[in-house]
Design a protein around this ligand. Structure first.
Ligand SMILES: C[S@@+](CC[C@H](N)C(=O)[O-])C[C@H]1O[C@@H](n2cnc3c(N)ncnc32)[C@H](O)[C@@H]1O
Length: 445
């Protein structure tokens, strides 16, 4: 199977089965016989098409007599894949993209071959004269189409951020994120890992902010296949996520509870910082995800983590005032990780955010009850929506007079790129080059 056919299958799966892009793509790549070049091309085609889907559909609708929602899903995804190549990939000649698509259509949507051929050739002929909405008159619509974010999302960003900031954010959301590595200091050290990666022709940069973090140069994306990963010397985790455990700052022999912990990125980092001494209780509502924490802990040689299925919306009376530190890495809209999962743009609705903030507050209130007097509570999310971040904290503080916010931007400023004047930390992909991420640390008085 060639790269375009694989990309089409993955796009179809994401669209029709609502699969996650990273999981669907990894599955396809792992189970096919592809060269590294093919794997990179499939990845580029899938992410590029997904990232630019609203723009692509806008073009397609202008040249198709059939409405997009009336098209067969194979035809629609094949057209999207081809239009992506025509508009965004200089290395693919336009007519090669059309010919490949027509060949593929014979296998996946035979009856539409002529239609696909006609639409694509007409797009190529008129490529230069395509009209975009007027930026001055219809800013949200223009940005929505240009950067392929739903209009409600753009309007929401424009409500919170300036026009320039919003445009920068939308642009960054369509860029490829840097791959970050966390060195497992229980098993090795940074120098050894840098050397071992070099032997695999992977160059990394040390992070000036977090001692155990490395940034991969050039975006190599298959670290999981390396021995160094399988042997648990490294874990793959964004810099912003590493900050959460660093700022929680757990110590050896403490009792730490992580109430929303799967797949265990932060839990295993916490255990690592505790030098694998003490107790970490890792909970999640989804039992199938708890297996991932156990698998990760085993690989990283960590044995102080206990996993347990528990709904954070329920209060566990057994744990009242029991923990030194509690982490609430809350379920959120994910608006900070659109670079990694572009499908988030198309699957979220404005109302989802209202519903999720109620859950976040409930989980935070329950979790706060598990902290000892003098203990600490850390709330984090991978979103940039203030309603899920500082607004949740504001509501929490109104209901919890026994808590105060710790000024982490002052205390941990040296770990952060950019300037942070507020007590809490909000990272943005367009400013900090990390995932969009929020952290607030609180102390129980
Ligand atoms: C942001 S993710 C956690 C990521 C994790 N901390 C890490 O670093 O790997 C949020 C998690 O909350 C879990 N979750 C959602 N609703 C929950 C609830 N009511 N109680 C507990 N966990 C919940 C989800 O299954 C998901 O694994």
């Amino acid at each position: 199977m060639n790269a375009r056919e694989s990309a089409l299958k993955v796009l179809h799966k994401i669209d029709v089965e609502k699969a996650y892009s990273n999981i669907a793509l990894n599955h396809e790549i792992k189970h096919g016989q592809y060269t590294k070049l093919d794997r990179n091309f499939i990845t580029e085609l899938v992410y590029g098409t997904l990232e630019n889907c609203i723009f692509i559909d806008y073009i397609l609708q202008q040249f198709s007599t059939t409405k997009l929602n009336k098209m067969d899903t194979w035809t629609l995804n094949l057209l999207r894949l081809s239009i992506y190549q025509i508009f965004f990939l200089d290395k693919v000649p336009d007519f090669a993209a059309v010919n490949e698509s027509v060949n593929l259509s014979k296998k996946y949507c035979k009856r539409a071959s002529g239609f696909i051929n006609g639409v694509l050739r007409s797009i190529i002929r008129n490529k230069e004269s395509i009209k975009m909405p007027n930026k001055e008159k219809e800013l949200a619509k223009y940005l929505s189409i240009k950067y392929s974010h739903p209009k409600w999302m753009v309007e929401r960003f424009l409500k919170y951020f300036s026009e320039d900031f919003t445009e920068g954010l939308l642009k960054s959301n369509n860029e490829t994120p840097k791959l970050c590595i966390r060195v497992n200091i229980l098993k090795t050290n940074v120098e050894e890992v840098v050397q071992l990666l070099l032997e695999n022709e992977i160059k990394v940069e040390k992070s000036p902010f977090i001692s155990e973090a490395l940034m991969v140069e050039g975006g190599f994306s298959e670290l999981e296949v390396l021995d160094i990963y399988k042997k648990g010397l490294i874990h793959i985790q964004d810099f912003s996520s590493m900050l959460a455990a660093k700022i929680l700052d757990p110590k050896e022999n403490q009792f730490v509870i992580d109430v929303c912990s799967a797949p265990g990125g932060k839990t295993t980092h916490i255990a690592q910082l505790m030098k694998n001494k003490g107790r970490v209780l890792a909970r999640d509502i989804h039992s199938h995800k708890l297996n991932l924490i156990e698998k990760n802990a085993k690989r990283l040689n960590i044995d102080i983590i206990e996993v347990e299925k528990f709904n954070g919306k329920d209060l566990d009376h057994q744990l009242l005032n029991a923990a030194d530190k509690v982490l609430v890495d809350a379920p959120c809209s994910g608006l900070g990780i659109i670079r990694r999962k572009p499908e988030i743009k198309y699957r979220k609705e404005a109302d989802d955010i209202r519903v999720i903030t109620e859950m976040q507050l409930k989980i935070l209130i329950n979790a706060s009850k598990y902290v000892k007097t003098g203990g600490e509570l850390l709330y984090s999310t991978c979103t940039i929506d203030p309603n899920e971040n500082d607004k949740v904290i504001e509501k929490f503080l109104n209901l919890s007079s026994d808590y105060e916010v710790i000024n982490i931007s002052q205390q941990y400023g040296r770990m952060l790129p950019g300037n942070h004047k507020e007590k809490m930390i909000q990272l943005y992909p367009n400013i900090h080059g990390t995932d969009g991420f929020f952290i607030c640390k609180l102390r129980k008085k």
